[in-house]
Ligand binder design. Sequence first.
Ligand SMILES: Cc1cc2nc3c(=O)[nH]c(=O)nc-3n(C[C@H](O)[C@H](O)[C@H](O)COP(=O)(O)OP(=O)(O)OC[C@H]3O[C@@H](n4cnc5c(N)ncnc54)[C@H](O)[C@@H]3O)c2cc1C
Length: 511
Amino acid sequence: MEKSFSIPISRRSFMKLAGLAAAGAVLGGADTPRAKAAAPVTPSADFGDAELPVLYDVDVCVVGGGSAGTAAAVSAARKGMKTVLVEQGIALGGLQTLGCVFPCMPTFADGSDTPYITDLNRRMEGQGVSPSLGFETDTYYGGGRGQYEAEYLSLVYDEMCEEAGVEVLYGATLVGAITEAERIAACVVQTIEGLAKIQAKVFIDGTGDALLSRFAGIPAEKGSEKNGRNQPMSLRFEMGGIDVGKVYHFFTKELKDDWTKGKFAQIVEEALKQKKAPFLEFAKWKKNEEFFKSGVADGELTEDDILYIQAFTIRSKPGVMSMNCPEMPPLSFSSTGAISKSKSASFGRKMMRRLASFFVHNLPGFEKAYISREASLVGVRESWRIRGKYDLEADDYIKARRFPDAVCRTAYPIDIHDVKLDLFEKLKKGQYYEIPYRALVTNELANLIVAGRCASGSFAAQASFRIQPTCMSMGEAAGIAAAWGVRHGIDVNAVRWEQIPKSERSYVSEG
Ligand SMILES: Cc1cc2nc3c(=O)[nH]c(=O)nc-3n(C[C@H](O)[C@H](O)[C@H](O)COP(=O)(O)OP(=O)(O)OC[C@H]3O[C@@H](n4cnc5c(N)ncnc54)[C@H](O)[C@@H]3O)c2cc1C
């Protein structure tokens, strides 16, 4: 007879570290701006005494199979760790795949590609999908190089996990953590069989929402320190059946959109001449704003629909564009409210239909277009961020700060969607800042590493480090550090990245 997993009768309680979390959350006093972003303690069940079956007992358990979590699991397994990767969906990549987020943004920092990224690019090319945007001319677009087509990416991720020996557990949702003496003893997952425990020496939080960390009582912050608002969410989609050449000519010739001037325009024109799919972007820029506003005036669109409009061609899918919209109005919806986030999905879906219909009826090149794919994850740019040993600030970006324990570099701007970019000085060409390993570990828990968009940083700092290549490099470092800690009997929050031999590190700071 098959064993059935029992659901423990759990008393609603805060985790053992809740006291610590509350204290940490108000660092600097209740009036400081950072205190405004402090998230309340995450309610959680106490699974400590629950008799749950143990699904896995491993060296490293990674929760969340997004850009960061997948990189972490693959890197740990490649270093010989018995590794399990827990993912609630049935594909790896998180926002990259399930969220239809495309393309991978450049870091704008020469030398930012860590070995995992180089390997991923090579594998994507092996699938016949060039990750190149096709216009690396005078700027090196470090960090992923742009094109990770979702359907191939999830396949390649499966392949990488399989080769490295990562045990991927799909369809498993993290619901709790069991902590003992400043360590996570086990995480609790909901599976098709019911609740179960996964025991590990090291846990890596790749949930994007710092969920494992928060269940384990780690202090977290959410939203802007000034107004408490999270970055706006989007519900992304793809449209097929587009005549890209016609779209390009409409924007450049009729709307006089000048973003494609110069060398880039030549590349697009040349690709169109050769009947190849060019990399092309259109967006609601100042010059063509009137075009989108006409949709509002005619009642086809709402003001909300045109808050943010952006679209990219996918070169390996001719005639298809990836829509970085609709963007749900940030005053109405929040990524950290369960009900609000849920409502944003159906609100976004209606926006998506209106936008698609507007494009079909008004945008030359879209006459025969249709929605070919809709995201299955709401696009959360920012939700909760942990408070780690080092907390990145906008100042680290502005001062192009470097760290001996740096795990990666980036010069991607502080990209806050409802705040004007010019509030922040942009780094000059050739400048970059680094992310220290200490931003991935906490003072409170000895065996936890956090990677990806929920790593430790202020609202503004996160708006820079949240992009995919940086999340991947953070994950890669997390996996390497986990393996180093396990092999040498060092707690991961005591690991000194800079003391790991250079040959073992994915990134070495040039100081
Ligand atoms: C609309 C939008 C547009 C963007 N545009 C770009 C862009 O053009 N280029 C770029 O580089 N970056 C872009 N970004 C940012 C970037 O895509 C993300 O920040 C990055 O992919 C985050 O990776 P992650 O691994 O930290 O988190 P995620 O991708 O969110 O992955 C988290 C994973 O954890 C899983 N998970 C969560 N909770 C649980 C649970 N309880 N149990 C089990 N599994 C769980 C999720 O299913 C998911 O797979 C954009 C983001 C958004 C939202």
